[in-house]
Design a protein around this ligand. Sequence first.
Ligand SMILES: Cc1cc2nc3c(=O)[nH]c(=O)nc-3n(C[C@H](O)[C@H](O)[C@H](O)COP(=O)(O)O)c2cc1C
Length: 310
Amino acid sequence: MMPDVIQDNAYRYFATTVALVTTDGKWGQNVMAAEWAMQVSYEPMLLAIFVHDSPTLWNIKEAGAFGVNIAADDQAELVNIAGGYSGTEIAKLAIPGTFQTYAGKSVPLIKGCALACECRVVSVQEMGDHVMVVGEAVSATFDEKKSPLIYTRGNYRKIGSKLASGRKTVRLSPKAFAEFKRMSGGQFVLKAAAAVVRDDGKKKKKKTLFVRIGNSWMLPAAVPERGTDYKKALSVHLASMGVQAEIGEILGIERVMLKSAGKQALRANFVVFSCTARAKEGEEKEEEEGWFLRPPRNLLLKSLLLFQQT
Ligand SMILES: Cc1cc2nc3c(=O)[nH]c(=O)nc-3n(C[C@H](O)[C@H](O)[C@H](O)COP(=O)(O)O)c2cc1C
């Protein structure tokens, strides 16, 4: 059993939207407030609500349909009414000056909401002290101008300001930017595995492997296919450069915003791995790759090297 103190307080750490769940059936047209309501599948578009034994549930079981109307941040009053009274007590939707509805095919829908969906029931399942009802959306409308109301710790709130991305900006030449853009393969975020490959020889001073990008240098990096193992992808990439490396631990993750001339920008994440390999002898500056005792000048994404010291 979960200790009481947890049970009594855990709910305070959730923040949700609130759905006005509408129904129509033997118990009349009704509306209730439900914070436990969410989309659970894109295709088909499924919505789940978790309701206790109430006229809302009885109508749903009887009619096989319900409406999910996501309350806008100017509708807290309606949420209070829908959540504060039961359909066994009063006809909530008939209170003058409150809910304005329009007729859906099977249930009334509420005007002024951020999103209004009409759902056909696909599953009803007991879930602890509530019942999970999953419905497939058969029709939906949304209002771009409305923001959903937020419910947390028993209070209603508006959505706050957007958080900064936390990405450091890195300015690149058009040529280097084009190379990273190419690596991204058109994805919104370039998600790469980068390698700090140190020489595994006996020498005290270890060399590090860099690759050329235009006139600059950078750590070798691969773009693993989505869902595939980053270490393997890096190992294959280094092997394709003729470097048999042992891929070690993750040193860190660096999230940056790559920028070039004009408005060009690309989000990029580099998961940096510590690797060891045998350095080729001699300085091979003319080549596409080279082993350096100190990081070369014209080094792109210098911050990736900060991990080396850890
Ligand atoms: C903000 C808010 C959120 C609520 N969320 C839920 C919920 O997710 N599930 C639930 O069963 N009851 C929830 N309730 C309580 C019901 O809305 C309330 O019991 C309502 O009277 C039920 O309506 P009905 O009896 O007409 O069906 C919530 C109440 C409020 C005020």
